[in-house]
Design a protein around this ligand. Structure first.
Ligand SMILES: [Zn+2]
Length: 81
């Protein structure tokens, strides 16, 4: 299983939007589920070359500020190392 940000387009209103999001990083993660217990997976982060916003599965980081997306995500990041 691979987790991606919810959109492949930059949502920053101050962005020029001249370039597509780039794949910034792919990390191994563990997804804890009720049905299948713990499952190994990958989480892909996307990066906007125009405004330097980094898009994760359930939040984005712009100028050092983490902003969670609206609504309830299917998967919630609860820790990192
Ligand atoms: Zn952007």
């Amino acid at each position: 299983m691979t987790l991606y940000p919810p959109s492949s387009c930059c949502s920053n209103v101050d962005c020029l939007h001249t370039k597509e999001l780039k794949k910034a990083e792919q990390r191994q993660v563990v997804i804890y589920t009720l049905a299948s217990s713990a499952c190994p997976a990958w989480s892909v982060h996307l990066y906007c070359p125009d405004c330097c916003t980094n898009y994760h599965n359930n939040f984005k980081v712009c100028d050092g500020t983490r902003t969670y997306y609206q609504g309830s995500p299917a998967y919630l990041q609860v820790g990192e190392c």
